[in-house]
Design a binder for this molecule. Structure first.
Ligand code: ZN
Ligand code: ZN
Length: 163
């Protein structure tokens, strides 16, 4: 479990190292569906306090590098080759976290299309939805089946750790 004060120290150190510390700042946000965010307008990198408390130190470090790379590469780079190059250069490995920003483990609804693509939602979708990977537009052959799973234990762990 990462300690929030320590996370703040790392974040500020990374900002001082790679960015302009007079321009960029760091803080926590309350997001539950993504781990980190880079706000180019406010010049602010934020990390979910829920996830920060839940992830291991090296995972948090990776999230911070992911976001610092966004700040360096600029909004137009998105997750494209330029961002990847910058991210690799500053030490982002990109393992274990998919794109480093999602926090699917706290979403109780899991959807799977017939081909096995997974979707995560905090609420059960009210309409029938089909897989956007398998088919563009709605396709009844690729409808997603939703199942609810128990994330209460994960949530409790988060709240305990956040205190
Ligand atoms: Zn990203
Ligand atoms: Zn699919």
């Amino acid at each position: 479990m990462a300690d929030l004060q320590r996370v703040t120290r790392w974040a500020n150190a990374l900002i001082a190292l790679h960015l302009d510390a007079r321009v960029w700042s760091f803080g926590f946000d309350n997001a539950k569906t993504r781990a980190g965010q880079c706000n180019y307008t406010a010049h602010r990198i934020t990390v979910s306090r829920y996830l920060a408390a839940r992830y291991e130190d090296d995972e948090i470090h990776q999230i911070l590098l992911h976001e610092v790379a966004h700040a360096l590469a600029g909004p137009a780079a998105a997750h494209g080759p330029r961002w990847v190059a910058v991210a690799r250069e500053i030490g982002y490995e990109g393992s274990r976290l998919h794109d480093g920003e999602r926090a699917d483990e706290l979403a109780p609804w899991i959807g799977r299309c017939p081909a096995g693509h997974e979707y995560f939602r905090h609420r059960r979708p009210t309409n029938r939805v089909s897989c956007s990977v398998c088919a563009r537009g709605f396709s009844s052959a690729h409808v997603i089946e939703w199942t609810r799973r128990d994330v209460a234990a994960a949530r409790r762990a988060v709240h305990r750790a956040a205190r």
